[in-house]
Design a protein around this ligand. Sequence first.
Ligand SMILES: [Zn+2]
Length: 339
Amino acid sequence: MPVGEIKAAAKRKIKDKAVKTVTRKVSGGGRGGGKNSGKKKSPILIIVVLLIVVGAAIAAWQFGLFDSLLNMGDTEPSVTRADVDGSIEIHFIDVGQADATFIVTEAGTMLIDAGSRRSGPRVVEYLQEMGITEITYVVATHPHEDHIGGMDLILNGFTVGHVLLPDISHTTRTYERMVEAIETHNISTSAPLAGHTFEMGDVAFTVIHPSTNNNGRNLNNWSLSLRVDFGNVSMITTGDAEVPAEREMIATGINLQADILRLGHHGSRTSTAQEFLDAVNPSIAIIQVGEDNDYGHPHSEVMDRLYEAGLRIYRNDHHGNIVLTTDGTSIDIRTERAG
Ligand SMILES: [Zn+2]
């Protein structure tokens, strides 16, 4: 039905976008050149004109002159391309009142949370439509149902390389299903602490939380949180981490400044304290939240902080699926709905 088609179409649009814009630019210049060269054009003249136009376009591309045309999003002031190859996509999948973020790179993929039990099938469908069969890293930020509800479907339905999760168990059937799937497929797991770093191609990941394996009874504050760096573009994502966890992240001394903040705990007032927002100082806020949820997320005081900071805000309840693409320098964001 339409939802799937919309997603597929959105996906195609993202793939086509940069190419399309440049093509338009080049052919526009080509028409101008043609006009000046008269009615009867020698093939050599046409080739020369084309070469000049294409050369100019490539030069403009190199020096970032198209950046303002190409990007709805932020453009770093630097004209030199970040020292990374290709581009990555970050998909904030619309899973209602739940989390699912999918990072696609040329070297592998990462799924951070898998939706709820109800929306898990949506994650599966979304990834299948992208043609995904393998997931390099699956991160289960913490054992709440709105984060790991779809985990068994993911672990049973895709070839998963490695599972990252905090060192805390839960008594629910949902949690048991995840553990059973990990055991069934003999998937390696680890529970890294803040400061641990790893890479996937040119993407660098830094664990920023938890700092210890003693984080109290509130599972939210066990949320495995990451800093993601690709070239000059960075993102902080914190699961449902609440203010005490945010304070610990600041206390680690790890650089938290990032372009993109995927808000903690669906925009709840328990999270995104002013001091944390100041530490991250993002330009883009993403909120994974469901329409008319029982919790009133995102809370107005958090939204006020985001407005005050002048951030561009994207939220799944308004925008549907949100797809961010970056080449390590500039950021482009496409959404399923206008919002
Ligand atoms: Zn949650």
